[in-house]
Every structure is written in C-alpha cells, then in structure tokens.
Design a protein around this ligand. Structure first.
Ligand SMILES: Cc1cc2nc3c(=O)[nH]c(=O)nc-3n(C[C@H](O)[C@H](O)[C@H](O)COP(=O)(O)OP(=O)(O)OC[C@H]3O[C@@H](n4cnc5c(N)ncnc54)[C@H](O)[C@@H]3O)c2cc1C
Length: 286
C-alpha cells in the first residue's frame, strides 16, 4: 500500500530551495494525499507547532539557523483533472508537468508561466506572473484548508495583489487550484511558448530566487539597481548578477547572512539615490 506521507528529520533547507541556502529543518513532511496534509496541518495547529508550506522553494530565503517546526513539501500532490474548459491541478504540480499535460490536450492560457521553476501552490500564493499575465488572470477558484475541511475560494475572494494573495497574508494552505484555460491549435500554443521563453532567455543562470524586489511606482527594481552600478557587487558568496540588478546568485556557499547584507545594500542605495523604497518579493523562512 502507498504510504500517506514521507517524514524526514534534520534536513538542510539548502536542499529544498533553489538558491541553495538554509540550515536544518527540524521535520519535513512530504504528504502523498491532500487528506494527509489536512490531518497533519490540523495536528500542528492543535499543538501550536510551527509549520510552513513549501512548493519548489524558488522564492524563499531560508534562515542559516534552520526552522524549528515542520516544513510541508507539496511535490507529491500532483493530481491533474480536466473537465470542460477548466483544469484542476494539485498544489505540487510543477510548471513542467502542467506544460506536458496542456500540450497533450491542446489547452492554452498558461503559457506565461513557462520557464518559472515553481509549483501551482507557490505560483498562486505569490500571484506569480510573466509576459504581462499573472495567476489572477487564469485562476477560477482555489481549494484551501479551512477548519480542517477543504473549502473552495472563488477568484474574487483570493485578494490577489502584486506578488501576494490572501493565502500568503493569512498563511492559508492551498490544496489545489482550478484554472480557466481554453482550447487552441497546438501551433498557436507553441508560438506563445516560444515568445514567453525568448523573453526569459536573458535571465541569469545559476542558483537564485528569481527577482528579489518587486517593481515599484512603474519602475523596474532591476534597472534602478543596475543604474547605480551595483551589478557584480558581492558579499561573501552572494553576488548581484552581472546582467540583472534584481537577481542575487549563490556563487558557491552563500549564507542567508550574506544575502541579507546584500539586500540591505541594494535597498539602502536605491532609497538614498532615488528616494524609492524597494519591497522584497522573496519570502523569508525563519
Ligand atoms: C530562475 C527563477 C525565475 C523566476 N521567474 C519568475 C517569474 O518570471 N515570475 C514570477 O512571478 N516569479 C518568478 N520566480 C519566483 C518564483 O518562482 C515564484 O514566486 C513562484 O511563485 C514560487 O513558487 P514555488 O512553488 O517555488 O513556491 P515556494 O518558493 O516554495 O513558496 C513561495 C511562497 O508560497 C508559499 N506556498 C508554497 N506552496 C504553498 C501552498 N500549497 N499553500 C500555501 N502557500 C504556499 C510558501 O510558504 C512561500 O511563502 C522565479 C524564480 C527563479 C529561481
């Protein structure tokens, strides 16, 4: 019989995040079914224990001191159900898995996500976007855990904003997401994909969290930082990418401390020189 969850102890968060930084997580749970995730979340809540959800860890900076609670990793929650024009995807479905499914069934509307190293839960919680679209454009409803029961939240109730949603603000657990997609010719989907992938081709390669800061007041945070000549600036093993002012790369064994020091330099210099207050897009796991 399939196990309900895999449980591990003292796992380096550096192995669960794309930037490869972070101390030990006391406990990591990989639920295989949503029912198990719900049960385990309820147990943590009743006992007042700390917990956090993690998709692919692509927008997360984890503490050097680790996390004294349970990290729920959703990667095994990857059911995909297709009915009519809507597709219900488990929180742990990755963009790559979605892409393969949609190409097979000629579904369009999701192509803007191509190339983002993320899961549907993380993308929805963060209201991630690219190529002029965000998740809020295609989400029909989101199923979360409310008082131990799966509950559907329609799009209008999701409070999507710039790189945020009610799920992040209230620390709610996303189990699955229903997406509004439409049928299209395979050629049209492939053309859209190509266009979106081309726009990403300039992004720096290496271990990162994507963009560190949100764009603000119609200004690109990356261009503000580049203008100040900060590209290539390095603290420890954390480096501001040479070709993108909003990317921090872990070039060897960077620590959270290195990255936070670099973030302070970026934020303080932009504030001093332009009077603009940058706000982080990344999430801290502490
Ligand atoms: C190379 C690179 C390129 C990127 N490009 C883009 C881009 O083009 N556009 C963009 O918007 N972002 C981009 N990102 C950032 C990142 O991929 C997105 O923010 C994405 O939404 C994070 O998804 P994830 O599954 O990795 O979530 P994680 O990083 O694991 O988590 C992000 C947040 O969501 C929460 N979360 C995760 N799963 C759940 C769940 N099931 N229920 C509730 N909360 C949950 C976490 O607790 C955390 O607060 C990029 C990152 C990298 C490394």
């Amino acid at each position: 019989m399939e196990k309900n969850a895999i449980h591990l102890e003292n796992i380096p968060l550096s192995e669960l995040t794309t930037i490869g930084i972070g101390g030990l997580a006391k406990r990591v749970s990989y639920p295989m079914r949503t029912e198990t995730l719900i049960e385990e979340i309820q147990t943590c809540r009743k006992r007042g224990e700390k917990y956090v959800l993690l998709g692919n860890g692509s927008n997360v900076l984890a503490s050097d001191h680790g996390f004294q609670g349970t990290v729920f990793v959703t990667k095994h929650l990857r059911d995909i159900n297709f009915q009519g024009e809507s597709l219900t995807v488990g929180a742990g479905v990755t963009v790559g898995q979605l892409m393969r499914f949609c190409l097979e069934y000629s579904l369009s509307g999701w192509e803007f996500m191509a190339g983002i190293p993320a899961t549907m839960g993380g993308l929805t919680a963060m209201n991630a976007g690219a190529c002029g679209c965000t998740m809020s454009d295609i989400v029909q409803c989101v199923t979360i855990v409310e008082q131990g029961v799966p509950t559907e939240i329609p799009r209008e109730g999701c409070d999507f904003g710039q790189k945020t949603s009610r799920f992040l603000q209230n620390r709610e657990v996303i189990l699955s997401v229903r997406l509004n997609l439409h049928r299209a010719e395979r050629k049209e989907i492939e053309d859209n994909l190509m266009r979106c992938m081309q726009r990403r081709s300039h992004l720096p390669k290496g271990r990162s969290m994507g963009c560190v800061f949100q764009n603000t007041a119609g200004r690109s945070a990356g261009s503000l930082i580049s203008c100040l000549g900060l590209c290539g600036f390095r603290i420890g093993d954390a480096l501001i990418a040479h070709t993108h002012g909003n990317f921090i790369l872990n070039v060897a064994h960077a620590t959270e401390r290195d990255v936070c020091a670099l973030i302070d330099v970026m934020r303080n210099t932009v504030l001093r020189e332009f009077g603009i207050e940058l706000k982080e897009e990344i999430r801290y796991l502490r």
